[in-house]
Design a protein around this ligand. Sequence first.
Ligand code: AMP
Ligand code: MG
Length: 415
Amino acid sequence: MAAPQRAPLKPLSEALAQLLAAALPVAGTQQVATLEADGRVLAADVVSALHVPPQDNSSMDGYALRVQDVGTPGVQMPVSQRIPAGSAGAPLLPQTVVRIFTGAPIPAGADAVVMQEDCALLPVQEGDAARVQVNTAPQPGQWIRRAGEDVARGDVVLSRGQRLGPAELGLAASIGLDQLTVLRRPRVALFSTGDELVMPGTVAPQDMPPGAIYNSNRFFLNSLLRRMGCEVTDFGIVPDKLDATVQALRDASAAHDVILTSGGVSVGEEDHIKPAVQTLGQLDLWQIAIKPGKPFAKGTVGAAHFIGLPGNPVSSFVTFLLLVRPFLLRLQGVTDVAPKGASMRADFSWPRADKRQEFLRVRRNAQGGLDLFANQSSGVLTSAVWGDGLVDNPAGQTIAPGDTVRFISFAELLA
Ligand code: AMP
Ligand code: MG
């Protein structure tokens, strides 16, 4: 009799494509204050109703003038008016200069600003108009910021599906928007499974029974979900009973877009999550060709997506970043979900190739290269704290010092 065939491992790219195909953006938009919109995703294009800057203005403290009045450096002219930022001046009188400050509108008739460092204020009788000597030959347009050079009226300054960060919020405010239309946050229910798990705070370290470990996944998954813009309902550890699990899943599915669990998705594992999900909906157990990672469950419970992550902390952490992160961003309508990564030099050796695509925890060093954390085991969470990113090492590939590798920083993955 032939040995039972093991399903071939699913390439990461295929798993990601399948997940993203299922990730239809959540329905429902919301108006939020621009001040509160950090991390949210725009539900509509943002069009400017005005030019930014609204008019030509000075980019220096100095003197506005007409270039043809200067001729050669050293010319002396009276100061005919003073325009601080926030006030509009009168048109320039010929053969005079205007004292002007950064951000103040350029008066009609002026075509350049000479910075104050290039001018000398001349002594005058008390009561007489101030006079300056212009010590340079100005070029037309110098030190003038043109109306609309940042944004022109009618420009689409931010696009639907764009995630808002500090710069985007500033730009929205610069065109006068105090409210933005964003997608509602995905609602995610988070569960941990595993009879060995104990919640920190419920049992002191010295009183932990044999075989017990603290539930660490809950803490980073909760934090990762919030960073991804999700509204999290944290159910903690699901009671280890089929009925209770079915009930919890049923309750969660009614009010959540996604149910995320960790643990109990290894093949052949006798586990309450699998039968419970199958009682209510449908579940696929995948074996993904990545390390750490591999076991992964994707299904549905009612209208909610179900995602089961592996239990090993680093597997759970890395699988979240590689698969769940893009999935959650896509649920929020973000189109561009792939991390860019960067080419960097490995300052370490990785002599044993693996048949799976590996994600090694590494850290940038002062020499511009990457160092490797010594223990790459999927249970060693220290590696993710020590490291500042992952090397994406293709299947079957060894690494020698000096090789160019693909580095994906945690900064990029956690933003
Ligand atoms: P499992 O995927 O359930 O077979 O778990 C694999 C390994 O991860 C086991 O050593 C578990 O004890 C551990 N593990 C599972 N869930 C957690 C969790 N929430 N926190 C820390 N370790 C976990
Ligand atoms: Mg388990």
